[in-house]
Design a protein around this ligand. Structure first.
Ligand SMILES: [Mn+2]
Length: 325
């Protein structure tokens, strides 16, 4: 059992709003990741178990690797704008605009549940704790506060969200609460192999073929601390892959011994690239991304850059060099 519910994070207010209301709109950020999707399903299923009316919305479809989750059949990609709800809950979004729906206009009470640093203070209830390893941990705390028993379907979603957002317990966000809640979810009936199989052992063949082409572009800086790979539009066309299949490719150059910063470039037009950077330690790639007109966090950031791929890689290497420890 975990008991570190901090009333300061808005958990009590959210619990009260849930108790006192009957219709709910739940949304999360666009291009949803494992935490966004699984948090949406966990909360939707739990509220329905309480007898509430819930619409679960995301502007984008569920990524293939998350379609095994209980609740995947209930997500809608369109909601009539004139519909009204007692409560609107935005999950894991950082900023309201990333939910791509007018939650404040459509709902009597609007709630932000999140764990991102600098999460925007919108709506009526701000339930944000940057110390939570995943938004799903916030949902866990709320369900505990409501004394709602965690069903297997809810547990599977909470477990998946934590696994996904902590990089399978590798990132520094994998705190003791993450392990405790995940352990409790296994105690509730979650099969870790089923979740791992869904998340990591269900890749599209096209993704692996694209990865093979992309890995062949590997460049490492003279000092050995920056590594880059890229993927061109031609590579995507050759294997028949969509852009979403290159998601997380940046983790491969990061995994090289001695590399501090990894770079991935995805061609989005003539001489135009989407840049992703990942830092292992002290290098603030968020600051560099903002300098380049993009944004992000200290260890994960990106933006758009232009030039030939050779020029762009050389320029990014040059800008990163003085930032290295
Ligand atoms: Mn998250």
């Amino acid at each position: 059992m975990v008991n570190n519910t901090d009333p300061g994070t808005g958990v009590e207010q959210v619990a009260a709003a849930i108790r006192d209301s009957s219709s709910f709109l739940i949304a999360a950020h666009e291009s949803p990741d494992g935490d966004a999707i699984a948090s949406t399903f966990a909360l939707t299923i739990a509220l329905r178990e309480m007898g509430k009316d819930v619409v679960a919305y995301n502007v984008d479809p569920i990524p293939q690797k998350l379609r095994f989750l209980p609740g995947a059949d209930t997500l809608v990609n369109h909601v009539a704008e004139q519909t009204r709800y007692d409560v609107g809950i935005v999950l894991d979004a950082g900023e309201l605009r990333r939910a791509k729906i007018d939650v404040i206009g459509m709902c009597g009470i609007s709630i932000n549940i999140d764990h991102h640093p600098y999460s925007e203070d919108f709506g009526d209830i701000y339930c944000v704790d940057t110390g939570a390893s995943a938004t799903a941990v916030m949902i866990y705390r709320i369900l505990k506060h409501l004394d709602h028993p965690v069903s297997v379907a809810v547990a599977e979603n909470i477990y998946t969200a934590i696994l996904s957002d902590t990089g399978s317990f590798r990132y520094s966000s994998a705190n003791s609460e993450a392990f405790c809640v995940a352990g409790e979810m296994v105690g509730c009936g979650v099969d870790p192999w089923k979740v791992a199989g869904g998340l990591y052992e269900s890749q599209e063949e096209e993704r692996l073929r694209l990865l093979a082409k992309s890995l062949a572009t590997l460049q490492i800086s003279a000092c050995g601390r920056v590594a880059a790979i890229y993927a061109t539009e031609q590579m995507f066309a050759e294997v028949g892959a969509g852009p979403e299949l290159a998601d997380s490719f940046v983790n491969y150059p990061r995994s090289i011994h001695g590399v501090e910063v990894a770079v991935f470039l995805r061609e989005i037009g003539p001489d135009s690239y989407k840049l992703s950077m990942r830092s292992k330690g002290s290098v603030d790639v968020g600051a560099l991304a903002r300098e380049l007109g993009g944004g992000g966090h200290r260890n994960a950031a990106g933006g758009e850059v232009s030039g030939s791929v050779e020029q762009v890689v050389a320029d990014v290497f040059k800008r990163l060099h003085p930032l290295l420890p």
